[in-house]
Write a protein that binds this ligand. Sequence first.
Ligand code: 5GP
Length: 184
Amino acid sequence: MNLNDLVKTYIKEILITEEEIHKRVVEIGKEITADYAGKDLVLVSVLRGGAFFLADLSRAIDLPVTIDFIAIASYGSTSKHTGIVRLVKDLEEPIEGKDVLIVEDIIDTGLTIQYLTKTLKARKPETIEICTLLDKSVRRLVPLSIKYRGFEIPDVFVVGYGLDFDQKFRNIPFIGILNIEELI
Ligand code: 5GP
């Protein structure tokens, strides 16, 4: 099965096209460029999904940024209710005194990003802010201040542009709504 067949079989609707994503990424890149001029900006992305957005966003920022990655693993149902996750890959560089922007693909309940922000804040960055491509704010369980938001989306399960289902669909260039019935 090639990618096209995968899309035809399992994607019921394209929610955000490749062009719409590109346009919005360029807009956010411009905002970040203006806001962080003269600062020591580190873009921190959460593997694996966030890497796709980070790759495009970093190239839309006209500043000498650095990038770093963390990878997390959930503790099953504990994570589901608390957002407490295990760092399975930490940042390569210290962030003390730096301006950190966490680049996420999607924020749902907000628990994971809340926990991550708290963990990274303990390392004394100069500032720490959140940038997410997608925001499912109807499902939010904790108050969050999001500095940059690509798109507000409804309560649907999406894949593509880094987002997976069972580790697949990440390399689809658009954001699509998954036809869950076909998969379970
Ligand atoms: P939280 O609920 O803690 O804000 O989000 C935790 C994680 O759930 C996200 O980082 C993402 O990995 C996953 N997630 C939430 N909604 C979706 C979705 O619609 N599609 C996919 N592929 N992952 C999602």
